[in-house]
Design a binder for this molecule. Structure first.
Ligand SMILES: [Zn+2]
Ligand SMILES: [Zn+2]
Length: 336
């Protein structure tokens, strides 16, 4: 029986089993790439890929963020199996951003492998959380894979964002929430919208990604900073969601003139939405811990439910998570 080997390279993982080769978020010029989602750390060098398996929403968000797919594409549908040379692949919702996938790979005559990509097991307004499935081998992300990372209940985080927006607007200022353009920006728009707070989106890429969300039924309503109405809305009292305050400021100046832009900029209160905000030192009081990843207890619980014979952890906290999984009785190796 061939042995399974996994190798961390170029921000992705090369899986080899006999003649079978898969690039897990790794562009392979002569093989197949399983693309979990379109965040930039997962699409490094993707133009070099020959054949990509990804959901339609992942390809659309990749394009919305300026990517040019030039590969043979097999569309993945969550829950539907794809037969491939030497393996049966089942993409599953990873709950991280729209269309994001985990991949369950059943190698012919060999082990089953679950690659999580980035995942979040908690339901949010616009995403459904990842659900574990059993596998012989687990390849898990470990972004927050250290015990200090325990996120508050998501509803608490949502309440904090809405309260912050309301209080800032009531004091005559404009709350500007900075976050990733794919995923958390759309979650934040949906959240503020559901609380009756108007949203100006601060970047074209947020608009483009939001229209992908709307294609799949999200019904996000917002005004682009690039439109004339944005100034009226900002003067009347609303929030901004941006992935780049610098680009938002440039757009304000270009569209609304330097004077109007300055009067808006003088009223901005900046907040950052990120799991790292929990550390206290990052972003100070201006950080709110909204994350699209599993926190430490969820990473441990998820791995426990998959119940693999061996787990491999990747990203920053891989050695720490691997050690804790080993202590919990799951043989574990950091991939670095
Ligand atoms: Zn991601
Ligand atoms: Zn990532």
């Amino acid at each position: 029986m061939p042995t399974l080997t996994l190798q961390w390279m170029d921000h992705g993982i090369l899986l080899k089993y006999g003649d079978v080769r898969f690039g897990l978020d790794l562009a392979l010029p002569h093989g197949t790439t399983l693309l979990s989602h379109a965040h930039s750390d997962h699409t490094v060098g993707l133009e070099r890929a020959r054949h990509v398996i990804a959901t339609e929403a992942t390809v659309r968000t990749f394009k919305a963020r300026g990517g040019r797919p030039d590969w043979h594409l097999s569309i993945a549908v969550h829950g539907d199996t794809i037969l491939h040379d030497g393996a049966t692949i089942t993409p599953l919702d990873s709950g991280h951003v729209i269309g994001s996938s985990m991949f369950l790979i059943q190698l012919d005559g060999g082990p089953s492998v679950l690659y999580t990509g980035d995942f979040n097991p908690v339901d949010s307004i616009v995403h459904k959380g990842a659900r574990p499935v059993s596998a012989d081998v687990l390849i898990t992300e470990a972004t927050y894979g250290s015990p200090e990372w325990v996120f508050p209940d998501r509803r608490e985080v949502h309440t904090k964002i809405v309260q912050t927006a309301r209080e800032t607007i009531e004091s005559g200022l404009i709350p500007s929430f900075q976050t990733y353009s794919l995923g958390k920006a759309q979650e934040t728009i949906a959240l503020l919208q559901s609380a009756g707070i108007g949203v100006v989106s601060g970047n074209r890429v947020i608009d483009a990604v939001a229209s992908v969300y709307n294609r799949y039924g999200a019904e996000l309503v917002f005004t682009s900073v690039h439109s004339r109405e944005a100034k009226l809305m900002l003067d009347a009292g609303c929030s901004i969601v941006t992935s780049s305050p610098k680009h938002t400021a440039e757009a304000l100046r270009t569209i609304h003139g330097v004077r109007a832009a300055r009067s808006i900029e003088d009223r901005l209160e900046h907040f950052t939405l990120s799991g790292w905000a929990l550390s206290g030192s990052a972003f100070g009081k201006r950080g709110i811990p909204l994350s699209a990843h599993a926190d430490f207890p969820h990473l441990m619980e998820f791995a426990g439910s998959v119940a693999p014979r061996i787990a491999y952890a990747f990203t920053d906290n891989a050695p720490v998570l691997a050690q804790h999984l080993a202590e919990a009785g799951i043989d574990s190796v950091p991939l670095q």
